[in-house]
Ligand binder design. Sequence first.
Ligand SMILES: NC(=O)c1ccc[n+]([C@@H]2O[C@H](COP(=O)([O-])OP(=O)(O)OC[C@H]3O[C@@H](n4cnc5c(N)ncnc54)[C@H](OP(=O)(O)O)[C@@H]3O)[C@@H](O)[C@H]2O)c1
Length: 273
Amino acid sequence: MKVVVLTGASDGIGAEMARQLARREQAGVALVLAARSADKLEAVAADCRACGAQALVQPTDVSRQDDCRALVDAAVDAFGRLDVLINNAGMSAHAPFEEVRDLGWYETLMRINFWGAVWCTHAALPHLQASRGRIAAVSSLAGLVGVPGRTAYSATKFAMNGFFESLRVELIPHGVSVTLAYPGVVATGIRYRGFNAAGEPAGRSGLDERGAMSPAACARLILDGVEQRRREVVMTTKGKLGRWLKLVAPRVVDRMALAALNRDAAPPSKARR
Ligand SMILES: NC(=O)c1ccc[n+]([C@@H]2O[C@H](COP(=O)([O-])OP(=O)(O)OC[C@H]3O[C@@H](n4cnc5c(N)ncnc54)[C@H](OP(=O)(O)O)[C@@H]3O)[C@@H](O)[C@H]2O)c1
């Protein structure tokens, strides 16, 4: 039986990945579901069990290293092995840098998006080496191209890329694959929950949400990439194009990034008042 640890499994893309894995693998998979909201995790676990999968709920705040260690320990204690770690938990943020007064939430965001993935991976590594397993890290197109208003978020995702690209090469002799996924705009609540300039939940999206990918389509692409041990899953044609265009015409990419902003969304932040 394949044992999968999935962070950020209570909502959005992560909850969708859990349900799809359960449908695909049925009794062949044990899912260890992690996030802070235990009640939402229980609801996802019930859906997974209904498909025949085993599911263990492990309330976890990935911004705490002890929680990350406890997550991996719980998985191995319950199922005796670990085959796949999907580092998906993440938070968003949208704020022009000049409007930010207190940078405390920049550190918080880095602990969740970057350190959370590093801590989970560190705890899981010996078990993944033993199973010649798979690691996935859910980055973002904002981790490939700098996006205005996303200095904090882009920094966390660029950091993830550097860490996991290096780790990928280190793990070649161990037979452990590392798949970096780069979603574009996916229709979840992440931007509404994300930090604004004052470090509070934004309550709105700072991006143009038209044409957003469904969480189901995004989850499917990530899971296929992990299954096939692909190095990367770059989503959307615009994302693929932007990546290569950045090498030959970086100013064009800057203008594409500016155009992605939702100018109608709301008045500017009052954080500086
Ligand atoms: N949606 C997009 O457009 C998009 C685009 C590019 C990349 N991504 C990336 O995809 C991943 C999933 O995003 P999503 O859109 O599915 O977001 P979402 O709907 O807001 O779900 C985020 C998940 O992460 C969990 N989480 C947040 N903070 C956590 C913490 N400190 N400890 C443990 N779990 C935590 C949340 O659960 P709790 O609140 O219960 O802890 C939730 O399960 C993120 O890494 C995000 O950066 C998303």
